[in-house]
Every structure is written in structure tokens, then in C-alpha cells.
Design a protein around this ligand. Structure first.
Ligand SMILES: [Zn+2]
Length: 156
């Protein structure tokens, strides 16, 4: 299991690896710029219960400090946490995230990036944006329950 690495990329910090008791998420708060902190979470592969606890503490401290946290390209493993434990959402804004899709034609399954801003209206109606299969060009179907998978988008 790989430890969490933090790499600045553009205006965001790219997190990769596992979020566990060694992750030290609180140190990210000091790297906010102008009251904003953008995290790219595409590379997060795993989060355990101690990581969740640390994540909640990170989120609530960011809120207390008035930091605007933006979560980009959120990996599926984290979306499941955001859906299960409301406290993990904090006041962060998810601008894009990965979602499971499957091709009706060739059966290919893939985690695809969804732009939560451009698709905000459809997502609010629990309508997954249509996707095209990278393998065969067929239509891909959303491969989870929208009311469950998109629940993190509805505040409270
Ligand atoms: Zn296909």
C-alpha cells in the first residue's frame, strides 16, 4: 500500500495513494492560498477508518478557518465515503468526480470523469450524463444507483 503523496500541480495539490493514519491531511491547510485550497483526488486509491476520521477533522477545521475547499476529480473510493458519512463532505465543493459506467455493447466497465459544474442540473435530477465507450463508441450506461451515488451532491 502506498503512502499518500502530495504534489503541487497548477493551482491544486494532487493527492495520490492511501489516506490512512499516516496521511497528515491537517498539514494541507497550511498550503491554502488566498483562502482557497484545491485538491485533485484522482490518485487516491484507498481510505481506512482512521483516514476518514482525519479527513473529517481536516474538513471541519477548513470550515472553521473559512477556507474554500474545492475537490476535483474525486476518486470513486472517496465518493462512497462522501455518500455514507455526511460529515466527510464538510463545506467543500466537488467540481468533478469519477463515476462507474458500463458499455451496453461490449461490456467494458470504466470509471469516467463527470464534470459536476457543467452537468449540475442533470445531476440534481439524478440523471447521469451520457458517456461514449472508449472501446467501441457505443453508449455507456451509469453502473450504480443514481439516487445513492449522487447523494453527496445534495447538501443536507
Ligand atoms: Zn463498448
Amino acid at each position: 500500500m502506498s503512502r499518500l503523496t502530495v504534489t503541487p500541480q497548477g493551482d491544486a495539490l494532487m493527492l495520490a495513494g492511501a489516506i490512512d493514519e499516516t496521511a497528515d491531511l491537517m498539514s494541507l491547510l497550511g498550503r491554502a492560498q488566498g483562502g482557497r485550497l484545491a485538491l485533485d483526488l484522482a490518485g487516491v486509491t484507498f481510505i481506512n477508518s482512521l483516514g476518514v476520521r482525519d479527513w473529517i477533522r481536516f474538513q471541519s477545521t477548513a470550515t472553521q478557518q473559512g477556507l474554500q475547499v474545492e475537490l476535483r476529480r474525486v476518486a470513486e473510493v472517496l465518493i462512497h465515503q462522501l455518500n455514507m458519512i455526511i460529515a466527510t463532505r464538510g463545506t467543500a465543493r466537488v467540481t468533478s468526480f469519477f463515476a462507474p459506467y458500463a458499455c451496453d455493447k461490449c461490456g467494458r466497465e470504466e470509471s469516467l470523469l463527470v464534470d459536476a459544474v457543467a452537468n449540475a442540473q442533470g445531476l440534481a435530477r439524478l440523471e447521469p450524463p451520457p458517456m461514449t465507450c472508449p472501446e467501441c463508441g457505443g453508449a455507456m450506461a451509469f453502473n450504480d444507483f443514481p439516487e445513492r451515488y449522487f447523494s453527496f451532491l445534495s447538501q443536507g
